[in-house]
Design a protein around this ligand. Structure first.
Ligand SMILES: Nc1ncnc2c1ncn2[C@@H]1O[C@H](COP(=O)(O)OP(=O)(O)O)[C@@H](O)[C@H]1O
Ligand SMILES: [Mg+2]
Length: 294
């Protein structure tokens, strides 16, 4: 019923970890005392309330932010010592609100994803060509390849950026809210694509997601952040409980089994409902019919 389990991590799977990380903007400490070992060859979802430091953590993992204390290590080496090109071949980041230069076409943007693979002695190759073509196809952006990124809808623009990260072909993908601006069908497309990249190619993924149910369905490992620290981490079934959601998000909820995947599904209560279940998940399955493939 649930997704296929991840294959064993490849031998050369990246070892990305944060040790005793302190991150700050000016004199404001946003993340403190944070230790994280990113599970290699797995999908990790980072969840947490607004402003708890998720994007800040991702930026530090991608070396866009220098820690005040502690370090991020990639394969044992402090990340600030890894040469830039080498880092860009190992790790790709989709930032939360990327901005493309005015007039840049989708094809140009996705092509830029290949630049870490080029040198003065190895210019554009058929392999690059193929990577761009495949990334555009995987994100359903082929037909928009010649359009300017700044003229696309929010969802198309988001997919163009995802295509660039896919084309970069790095063993580590850091995605900050990759589903924001997307309608539900495209959200699922992107999460399925991320799963393909992990399950078929062994890529290590860390993504910030707001939707806890999607985090539980698509991630092998969930990191729940609260006020710049990790409040809980582990498999979705252990991390996402009514108690932890109340603690991390201040939200009263019920957690039931997702009728499609069997993973935790968070049903918020809110102030206008009692929280007494009118229907249980089992009833819902009876009403809606058993999910396909179950
Ligand atoms: N460039 C910045 N300069 C100053 N403060 C920032 C900057 N980016 C984020 N912050 C602050 O750091 C805190 C954490 O932000 P962020 O990591 O973006 O949170 P999240 O992604 O969890 O919503 C917030 O209080 C935010 O206002
Ligand atoms: Mg953020």
């Amino acid at each position: 019923m649930s997704t296929t389990p991840p294959p064993a991590a490849p031998d050369d799977a990246p070892d990305l970890r944060a040790e005793n990380l302190r991150l700050a903007y000016d004199d404001r400490i946003v993340v403190d005392g944070l230790d994280l070992v990113v599970p290699p060859g797995r999908i990790t979802a980072v969840v947490g309330a607004n402003a708890c430091g998720k994007s800040t953590l991702l930026r530090a993992l991608a070396r866009l932010l220098t820690p005040r204390e502690g370090a991020v290590r990639l394969d044992g080496q402090a990340i600030h010592k890894v040469p830039t090109r080498q880092l860009a071949q190992r790790l790709g980041l989709l930032p939360q609100s990327p901005v493309a230069p005015e007039g840049l076409t989708v094809a140009d943007l996705v092509t830029r994803g290949r630049s870490p693979h080029q040198t003065w002695w190895r210019q554009w190759s058929t392999g690059d060509e193929q990577a761009v073509r495949e990334a555009l196809a995987a994100t359903s952006m082929t037909e928009h390849a010649d359009r300017a990124v700044d003229e696309l809808s929010g969802g198309q623009r988001q997919r163009a950026w995802i295509a660039m990260a896919v084309a970069q072909g790095t063993p580590i993908l850091l995605l900050d809210e990759p589903t924001t601006y997307l309608d539900l069908a495209h959200q699922i497309d992107v999460l399925d694509l991320v799963t393909d990249l992990n399950r078929n190619e062994g890529r290590t993924v860390v993504m910030v997601l707001h939707d806890l149910n999607q985090a539980c369905r698509y991630a092998d490992h969930v990191v729940a952040m609260k006020s710049g620290r990790i409040a809980a981490e582990g498999p979705p079934g252990e991390v996402i409980t009514a108690e932890s959601v109340r603690d991390v998000f201040g939200l009263r909820c019920q957690v039931v089994a997702d009728p499609v995947s069997g993973t935790p599904m968070v049903i918020p209560v809110g102030r206008h409902h009692t929280g007494d279940p009118a229907v249980t998940a089992d009833d819902a399955v009876k009403v809606l019919g058993a999910p396909r493939g179950s």
